[in-house]
Design a protein around this ligand. Structure first.
Ligand code: NI
Length: 179
C-alpha cells in the first residue's frame, strides 16, 4: 500500500486519546493496517501505532520475525495487529530498559515498564487476543499502547541522565538506523 509520514514529537495529534475501532474486517481497516505495516517495515520499526500516522484509532502493530538492526540482541516478538487493547500489569514488578520511538527520531532513553502484563484486544477480524507476556514483548506492547493515550516514552523517563542521542549512546545501532 503506502509508506506514510510518521508524526514527530511536538505534533499535537500525538497527544490525543484514540477512539476505539467500531467495525472490524472492513476494507478501510485492512488498508490502514497495510499502510502501518509498510511504514513500519520501511524504517525497521519494532512497532507502530495508528496515531503516529495521524489516524486517531486504537490500533497498534508490533513484532518482527527477523533480525531488526534497530534492536540487535532483542528476542523476537510475534507479528501482531492489536485493536482496542487493554493492559493489566501482572504483579508490581517493574524493569528499566532502553527505548526509542519512530516519533522521537535519533534519541534513546531508559524507561521503567511493568515486567509482566496481560494484554487483551482483537485482531483486524475481531478475533479476541489474550496474552500474558514479559520482558521485551511486554515492553513493546506498553510502549505502543501508550501512543493510544497520548503518551510518548520521554514522558515516562524518570532518570534523564539515561536519555540522549542514539549516535552517542549506541554508535553501532545508530549506523543501522534510518532516522
Ligand atoms: Ni513509539
Amino acid at each position: 500500500m503506502t509508506v506514510r509520514d510518521i508524526l514527530k514529537m511536538g505534533d499535537a495529534r500525538l497527544l490525543r486519546v484514540a477512539e476505539p475501532v467500531q467495525t472490524f474486517d472492513t476494507p478501510e481497516l485492512h488498508a490502514l493496517i497495510a499502510d502501518l505495516q509498510d511504514t513500519m517495515a520501511a524504517v525497521n520499526g519494532a512497532g507502530l501505532a495508528a496515531p503516529q500516522i495521524g489516524v486517531n484509532l486504537q490500533l497498534v502493530i508490533f513484532g518482527s520475525t527477523a533480525f531488526n538492526p534497530r534492536y540487535p540482541g532483542r528476542p523476537l516478538v510475534p507479528r501482531t495487529v492489536l485493536v482496542n487493547p487493554q493492559i493489566t500489569p501482572l504483579g508490581i514488578e517493574e524493569e528499566d530498559d532502553w527505548e526509542g520511538c519512530l516519533s522521537v527520531p535519533g534519541l534513546r532513553g531508559v524507561v521503567p515498564r511493568w515486567s509482566r502484563i496481560r494484554y487483551t484486544g482483537f485482531d483486524e477480524k475481531g478475533i479476541a487476543i489474550d496474552r500474558s507476556v514479559d520482558g521485551f514483548h511486554a515492553r513493546v506492547v506498553q510502549h505502543e499502547c501508550d501512543h493510544l493515550i497520548g503518551k510518548l516514552y520521554p514522558m515516562r523517563v524518570r532518570d534523564f541522565t539515561r536519555f540522549g542521542y542514539t549516535e552517542v549512546l549506541f554508535p553501532d545501532i545508530s549506523a543501522a538506523e534510518d532516522d
